[in-house]
Design a protein. Sequence first.
Length: 525
Amino acid sequence: MTLQEEIERRRTFAIISHPDAGKTTLTEKLLLFGGAIHVAGAVKSNKIKKTATSDWMEIEKQRGISVATSVMGFEYEHFKINILDTPGHEDFAEDTFRTLTAVDSVIIVVDIAKGVEKQTRRLMEVCRMRNTPVMIFVNKTDRNGKNPFDLLDELEEELKIKVRPLTWPINQGEKFKGVYNIHKESLSLYRPSKQTVTESIEIDIDSKELDEHVGEDDAKQLREDLELINGVYDTFDKADYLSGELAPVFFGSALNNFGVKELLDCFIEIAPCPRAVLSEEREVRPEEPSFSGFVFKIHANMDPNHRSCIAFVKICSGKFERNTNYQHIRSGRQMKFSSPTAFMAQKKEVVDEAYAGDIVGLPDSGGTFKIGDTLTSGENLHFKGLPSFSPELFKYIDNADPMKAKQLEKGVRQLMDEGVAQLFVNQFNGRKIIGTVGQLQFEVIQYRLEHEYNALCRWEPVSLYKACWVESDDAVELENFKRRKMQYMAKDTSDRDVFLADSGYMLQMARQDFPKIRFHFSSEF
Ligand code: G4P
């Protein structure tokens, strides 16, 4: 196969959802279709349950599981599909944001009864920022939920994207009969089953056959619904989907493996193969022969006595080969990898080569990699698009063991490189502030510092509202601002200026007083 053919058959995507909507179940069903697993129940949930917040072993176990399920590759109808898993727990949302930079499209799972939930809304914002093509799977049609039309309105409104149903449920809950495939004009009749795959039948919507299969009332309703759909929604336009403006919507029940094949078949037909990626220097196209890629995730080893990491690299162009020298751009070092891993189903295996669109895991025992690092065949490139977002929670971190200052320093630095949380150094008092998305991250940091670095830390509360990256075209004004807000100015780990606003009011006042300063809630602007 040529490089071009290898790239065109790749589909790299993530499934995102609010916890419990059915992400894990859907992932598993997709793997079943690809023959990557043979029985349901084989995929372990990668969610850190809320009850686990103080159960360290549980967290460690879950971290282990998430390595195994970080990337799941499988073959389906000549396509090479890579599913990137994202942590379900909202305290790890930052990890999910970064994973979204490594995918070419996204499937959003929504619970038919709950509709759009908080986490989904936030993740969709990230997709919108990058114009990532999005498909929506409305799950749990075997349960009673919202009226599908109301739900479509809600999706449009809450996710701020146009929608177009491509399958349609026939009734729901106990009366759920199946889904009609608008796209293919066929009908799949519902038979609850966790293991088997339902066959669909081609059907003329106006024929008596429909009434025989689903009953007169539901047949009538379906005809009316379809008429309304065709009246209200434009015909599906693939170009709008690819530009991230339109989301096709599918209905089904992941648990019963229903409506999933329709989703997958449409997915391979329309989802994009690897796309061009922007670097600071230029646009990099996947079919370019030279290898390039970036680190979007770093996973530490669970065993504290053998502290090595796996850096997950998304290949942006060309072909990656084992035992070949590549340039680590940030350090300027040449590196080669004797045991890069790829991920098939839930197995990690050493690979000799991988192509643009694929993810390779590179073992790193020396803390060489940092989130956002670029690797290339030699060209000096820096990939963009791995922003940090303003954390939600902030705490001062202090050394609790004076004999272990160095260990603490090193531990904090490496954990930040791994992207566990964000570090800001207050320029006024020199104190270190850790910013996270959720409380659980503080607990993980403290635990890991102690067990992996032999360092003790202590948290001290600091009441902050947001971290804003500041810039201005007017250098004098920026200096003025920094002087006036001295107590609230900090530097991030890349030495950028960050304003730590302690309330929404304070931020509003700063905006008013300094109209020439731009305040950003993410580090890339
Ligand atoms: P998540 O990864 O998005 O957090 O969700 P997950 O797949 O773990 O699903 C959450 C719960 O919803 C699970 O039940 C799962 O069995 C159930 N579920 C998923 N899809 C469907 C569906 O189509 N219909 C129905 N009725 N339920 C569905 P649980 O009780 O939390 O876990 P488990 O004990 O079943 O594993």
